[in-house]
Design a protein around this ligand. Structure first.
Ligand code: HEM
Length: 159
């Protein structure tokens, strides 16, 4: 029998589904009587603060910037716009009142040739940022599961 901690909740399954099908689906709904992940995280401001720190750290990360396609995008794409899109996306897929208007994960990352190593580095940084802002364990797990659900669309095949 699997442990309760490893068993995905209905809410998480709904979130993952919403994210995978972006950008055409409606926001994920929390089951009746249960607070959405968006509300449990504290809403738009805490989400934007986490995204801000996360992207700031990635922009100066040596492992990530060793990839020339990512380094080139870094000088071309305004960080403020990237933070806006990522915050809106997180708001939407956690059940918040936002509508993500950016491209799909496949469309926005295909040209970057992101490797498994770069993906693992991004996850390490993400965990460190969640810990810095003392996001509770359960919410950390749900956020990481959401990020993991995008991996097949973001990491280049065979990397
Ligand atoms: C190693 C992992 C990742 C790296 C290196 C990375 C890097 C980037 C870069 C450089 C861009 C700008 C691309 C361009 O416009 O040319 C971008 C766009 C974006 N990324 Fe990521 N990304 C990663 C993972 C993720 C994840 C896990 C998510 C969300 C769960 C995400 C969400 C977005 C969004 C929403 C955009 C903007 C899409 C748009 O402009 O329409 N990224 N990413």
């Amino acid at each position: 029998m699997s442990s309760p901690a490893l068993r995905p909740t209905l809410a998480l399954a709904a979130l993952t589904l919403a994210l995978t099908a972006l950008p055409t689906t409606a926001p994920a709904q929390a089951p009746a009587g249960q607070k959405s992940l968006y509300d449990r995280l504290g809403g738009a401001y805490p989400i934007a603060v986490v995204v801000d720190e996360f992207i700031n750290r990635l922009l100066v990360n040596e492992v990530i910037n060793a990839n020339p396609a990512i380094a080139a995008a870094r000088t071309r794409v305004p960080a403020a716009g990237l933070k806006f899109h990522v915050s809106t996306l997180v708001c939407q897929v956690t059940g918040g009142p936002c509508t993500y208007t950016g491209r799909t994960m496949k469309q926005s990352h295909a040209h970057l040739n992101i490797t498994e190593r770069e993906w693992q580095e991004m996850l390490r940084v993400f965990r460190a940022v969640l810990a810095k802002f003392t996001v509770p364990e359960a919410e950390q797990r749900e956020l990481i599961a959401i990020v993991e659900s995008t991996k097949a669309d973001i990491v280049a095949r065979g990397s």
